[in-house]
Design a protein around this ligand. Structure first.
Ligand SMILES: Nc1ncnc2c1ncn2[C@@H]1O[C@H](COP(=O)(O)OP(=O)(O)OP(=O)(O)O)[C@@H](O)[C@H]1O
Length: 654
């Protein structure tokens, strides 16, 4: 019972969740004392799920128990560390024969057993093992679906839509790949043309559709905000198509994934599943980095294998908070291509326009084709998902050597030389190179610093003015509402953490005080308060992450919270009393900002290091900025440390 007692010690210090401990206690009571070590490992698998890992990576656990389990956690007090067993002691106490014990246990790898052991490497809770298996089997079926398509005809269409190639066009390559395959991943940073490509893909598919019937297209994203952005940019891009192609397509609505699959009250299951599939020809999912393993399993189960599934997203962004970095795993090593020779040959044939291939300019021809170092003789067997993946590499929004693009790229590539210099003398560097003008560094030692307060006040001043001006200067309430919601996207502060002096909660208190004086607190429903929904509310049709603002339309009316409606251009004005799970959103966490963009984004890095400060976190925060980025930090060294730290998520998808 000593092992379980150790676990209980961890639980009492808040290092383990109640659900993790309960699982161990339940298995111990069912299987008896001989299975205590197995029961403890089950609790550790469950603990890992809480940290976003779909399984427990056993080799990592044996090598470095503290780092693998993050026990003791960063916030652990000195006294608690001395009260509890260490992770190393716990692992040692499991005994040397633990892997054999696992393999022989009735709790592992038997019919409907709670645990599944894969090889000697990974231990899963059965539900997550099932999700992973289902996704793998489903994707294998989709990847095997190859649409026969005449290369010459396809090349002509691609010439119309992307122009005759003069250099290697990754966008065109992605389009060709997705035309042929039942499953495609198009990954790329902000502004690399994922939407541009996918709109041209839809036009290509419609043009080459044998029966000429309109394609049944469904667009979806993990959050309401991301869905709205997807819908706007796809419909905007449709207008830019040559008329011959834009006439083939109509505008489409994008919905959240929950809506796509059909949520049911009081049930985790969706309305659409393998026995009630969602009928569509093409399903496109944007911001796929936020899709967790459970949702991916639900999506793949609900779509017939004849439906073309296309995932769009930035593989370098933070993964979903829930377990499983699906996109990250599928795109592992996408930079290197790893295309099988026959696939590369076919792709090259769609790229090489007849004008070039007829000529004798071999150099010109080669420059538009996949280079040899992207071709891998082992590609098909070693990298099956990469045969269906294209990474877009050129951002049209941020040039790689300009401000936001430069900072994001250096951090993403974990390069510290230029970053160190910028953190030491940002202003001087900007004077020397005007291209850096859209990034600023604000180094302050305290969160009460006057320069930080001025940044917050100036940033939110236009929003405050719009709130207090009221609807009068506008054509009607709707025009005012639209202006308010647009203004909410102009300036946003993002915190790396929730707690602490530089965490989201404290900064919201400060911003509330600086912007409204001490007549209100950040928890109250004051007019002008921006709010974020923190839990899905199906009865009100509001989603976790939706953003609104408290406003008063007329003096004789009570304040209402303004949100964007689900129908295009519609607004909702809800009474605050109807909303239960909200928090003030002058400042939001970087995690919650995924899928959104703001004209001027302020990223706040805390003063103490924590394992949560990673390059993925910084990259995600920085790339939320559309035109201007301010990095606020108390200790520039932490930015360098975070850049050198990566999130490693386990899982056996690949
Ligand atoms: N090949 C191209 N030629 C001309 N313009 C392009 C091309 N590719 C992309 N663009 C333009 O660049 C801008 C960004 O492209 P797009 O919105 O498709 O990128 P994205 O990867 O979807 O961005 P996000 O990360 O914001 O979703 C758009 O205005 C688009 O029209």
């Amino acid at each position: 019972m000593q092992l379980i007692a150790n676990l209980r010690g961890w639980y009492e210090q808040g290092w383990l969740r109640a659900i993790d401990l309960s699982l161990a206690e339940y298995l111990y009571s069912k299987l008896g004392a001989d299975a205590e070590a197995v029961a403890v490992l089950a609790a550790l698998v469950s603990h890992q799920l809480g940290h976003g890992h779909p399984c427990l990576e056993l080799n990592e656990l044996w090598q470095d128990p503290e780092a693998t389990l993050q026990i003791p956690p960063e916030h652990a007090s000195y006294s608690s560390v001395h009260l509890c067993a260490s992770a190393t002691e716990m692992v040692a106490a499991l005994g040397p024969a633990i892997v054999e014990q696992l393999a022989q246990s009735t709790a592992v790898n038997t019919l409907n057993s709670p645990l599944v052991l894969q090889g000697q490497e990974r231990l899963y809770l059965r539900r997550y093992w099932d999700y992973e298996q289902q996704i793998k089997q489903d994707l294998a079926l989709r990847m095997a679906q190859q649409e026969p398509i005449a290369t010459d005809a396809l090349r002509e269409t691609l010439d119309d839509l992307f122009g005759v190639a003069t250099t290697l066009s990754w966008q065109r390559l992605a389009c060709a790949m997705a035309v042929r395959s039942g499953f495609t991943v198009i990954t790329g940073g902000p502004g690399t043309g994922k939407t541009y490509t996918v709109v041209r893909l839809l036009a290509t598919l419609q043009k080459h559709r044998a029966d000429a019937e309109p394609l049944r297209i469904r667009l979806a994203a993990p959050t309401g905000k991301a869905a709205k952005r997807m819908e706007d940019s796809i419909n905007e891009e449709l207008k830019r198509l040559p008329t011959e192609y834009s006439d083939l397509l109509t505008e489409n609505q994008a919905v959240t994934l929950h809506r796509l699959l059909g949520t049911q009250s009081r049930s985790r299951a969706f309305r659409h599943h393998a026995n009630n599939p969602l009928l569509a020809d093409v399903v496109i999912i944007d911001e796929a980095s936020m899709v967790d393993i459970e949702m991916m399993a639900a999506i793949t189960a609900a779509l017939p294998t004849t439906t073309k599934l296309i995932l769009l997203g930035d593989k370098d962004q933070l993964a979903s908070v829930e377990a499983g970095a699906v996109l990250g795993q599928l795109c592992d090593e996408a930079e290197q291509g790893h295309y099988a020779a026959n696939l590369a040959q076919w792709l090259n044939a769609t790229l090489t326009s007849p004008a070039v291939s007829r000529g004798d300019d071999v150099g010109a021809q080669e420059s538009i084709m996949l280079a040899d170092d992207l071709i891998d003789a082992e590609g098909a067997s070693q990298w099956p998902y990469l045969q269906h993946t294209v990474m877009l590499r050129e951002s049209r929004r941020f040039k790689a050597d300009e401000g936001i693009g430069k900072l994001a790229t250096e951090i993403n590539q974990q390069r510290t030389a230029w970053l160190r210099e910028w953190l030491t003398r940002a202003e001087a560097l900007t004077r020397e190179d005007a291209k850096l003008a859209n990034i600023q560094l604000l180094q302050v030692s305290k969160n009460s610093a006057a320069s930080f307060k001025a940044l917050v006040q100036q940033g939110y001043q236009p929003l405050q003015q719009l709130v207090s001006a009221g609807a009068e200067g506008f054509h009607d309430d709707a025009a005012w509402g639209e202006a308010l919601l647009e203004q909410l996207e102009q300036f946003q502060m993002l915190a790396a953490l929730r707690r602490g002096d530089w965490g989201m909660q404290r900064l919201n208190e400060l911003a509330t005080l600086w912007l409204n004086g001490d007549r209100v607190t950040s928890e109250q429903w004051f007019v002008g308060r921006p709010v974020m929904i923190t839990q899905n509310d199906y009865s009100l049709d509001l989603r976790n992450g939706d953003i609104g603002i408290v406003v008063q339309r007329r003096p004789d009316e009570p304040p209402r919270v303004l949100f964007r409606g689900h129908k295009k251009g519609s607004l909702r004005w809800l009474l605050p009393s109807r909303l239960t799970h909200v928090e003030t959103a002058y400042v939001m966490t970087i995690h919650k900002s995924q899928g959104s963009e703001f004209t001027h984004t302020v990223v706040v890095v805390p003063e103490h290091d924590t394992p949560l400060l990673t390059k993925e976190l910084l990259y995600t925060g920085i790339t939320r900025a559309r035109k201007q980025l301010t990095l606020v930090c108390a200790n520039p060294r932490l930015v360098l440390q975070a850049t050198q730290r990566r999130i490693l998520r386990g899982g056996g998808l690949t």
